[in-house]
Design a protein around this ligand. Sequence first.
Ligand SMILES: Cc1cc2nc3c(=O)[nH]c(=O)nc-3n(C[C@H](O)[C@H](O)[C@H](O)COP(=O)(O)OP(=O)(O)OC[C@H]3O[C@@H](n4cnc5c(N)ncnc54)[C@H](O)[C@@H]3O)c2cc1C
Length: 449
Amino acid sequence: MVTCIDVAVAGGGPAGAFTARELARAGLSVLLIDLATCRPRLEGLGERVAQLLVAKGLDEALAAASQPLPRHVTWAGLAGTANGERLVRRHIFDDALRRAAFEAGAQTRQARLGRILKTDAQQGVLLKLSTGEEVSARLLIDARGRQATSAQRLKGPQTLAIAGLTQGTAGVAGTHVEATPQGWLWVAEDPDFGRWLQISIGADDLVGSGQAALQDRMGRFLAQEQLAGRFSDQTFQEPLIARAAGLVLSAPQLQLPVIPVGDAAVAIDPLSGHGLFWALSSALSAVPSVLTILETPEEGQRLAARFYRDRVVETFWRQARTGRDFYRLETGLSSNPFWAERVCWPDDAPSHPSVSETFLQQRVVVDNNRLVEREVLLTPQDPSGVAYIAGIPVGDLKPFFPSSAMAQPPPCAPSPALKAAFGWLESRGLLHGSLSRTQKHQTKTRETA
Ligand SMILES: Cc1cc2nc3c(=O)[nH]c(=O)nc-3n(C[C@H](O)[C@H](O)[C@H](O)COP(=O)(O)OP(=O)(O)OC[C@H]3O[C@@H](n4cnc5c(N)ncnc54)[C@H](O)[C@@H]3O)c2cc1C
């Protein structure tokens, strides 16, 4: 018997579980497929993720994370403490998100996606699970993380992270990041979990394979002179975990009926601490794509392909250049192979785009949880583009631009939203005529993504 549903989600990490939950809440029939085999481990969770979880009513998932803890940084010759990250127990976090998907109405299967038996942009997919079950779905969300298959990967210098829980109890709660000649070190102390120690080295800097090779490599890293014996007596409670950790663009183009989310689209270098945010935000942006494709297949597929490509490709290059700049800060180590490779990839372009003039551009944006094509305004102050000003589509405000062929002054008694939009336009020198500046600071803009 074949199970028929609207959307199958392969992979129940944060990206897949959150996508499944949001699609089920939007009223679709959803099947979430995951083996639920995440090994206990700690990761850092930033405030933007915490805010998103609260806004989405995912307090149980947030409860898998600590309160914000201090982060000590030894990098570029500087030693400092900043208000830092929360520590999240990923196995508990992922479980909570999968439960939230189930509670929202998604079906779940503890299984592996074995094979994609059929795939057709119009008709959907036919899947074979490791349990033998066959599943037919109009769309497949690929959330298999770095294990997702891809025919066209783009990568920078690849990193291998080796990590484990050390023997003994944790010290003072918090995290510590340190640059060393061989790579960088992350230590997370969580009194209820223990001390998690993770090293990041070049992917080709491991001799041999298996536990003995990992233990040996960890030992050589921790014995570096710079660490002054601070970690030399570490022993680990369980076998070490090795994970690929470099930046990878796995799926630059949307190949419908498959929509990649999270690491399956772009896998992020853990140095950025951006991976979980990307997993959840890319899941959120998959929802309007799915709804638009299912409601208006031809138009939806065209819009979704553009929307996906813009977001994913931009995220990859921004992450590549932001990472490069962070590695470049560490000038004292730049002659070591790990650093030498990373300070010159991908290029010398700035990490964030700059715009020298003001112009309008046609883009795909989200409106009412659907994809639509809209004019977006780019200015030197808003290089990422603004699609709505005080909730009003930018295109509707064009008659008030001084450059408009039929420019007109603002009406005498504008609605509160228009008044706020005019204040914003005036602040950018984009209003024909003038208006009181009092509304300017109350203006709300929505960016395109
Ligand atoms: C060493 C390391 C440290 C990191 N530290 C941080 C950090 O501190 N902060 C941060 O924000 N990010 C961090 N990241 C990044 C973060 O872990 C990822 O960005 C995030 O897990 C991506 O979520 P995801 O759901 O896309 O993929 P994953 O979390 O990888 O989930 C993929 C899921 O798919 C399942 N799966 C795989 N194949 C199949 C299949 N065939 N069938 C069914 N299910 C399948 C897996 O079992 C898994 O549950 C780190 C990454 C690494 C490698």
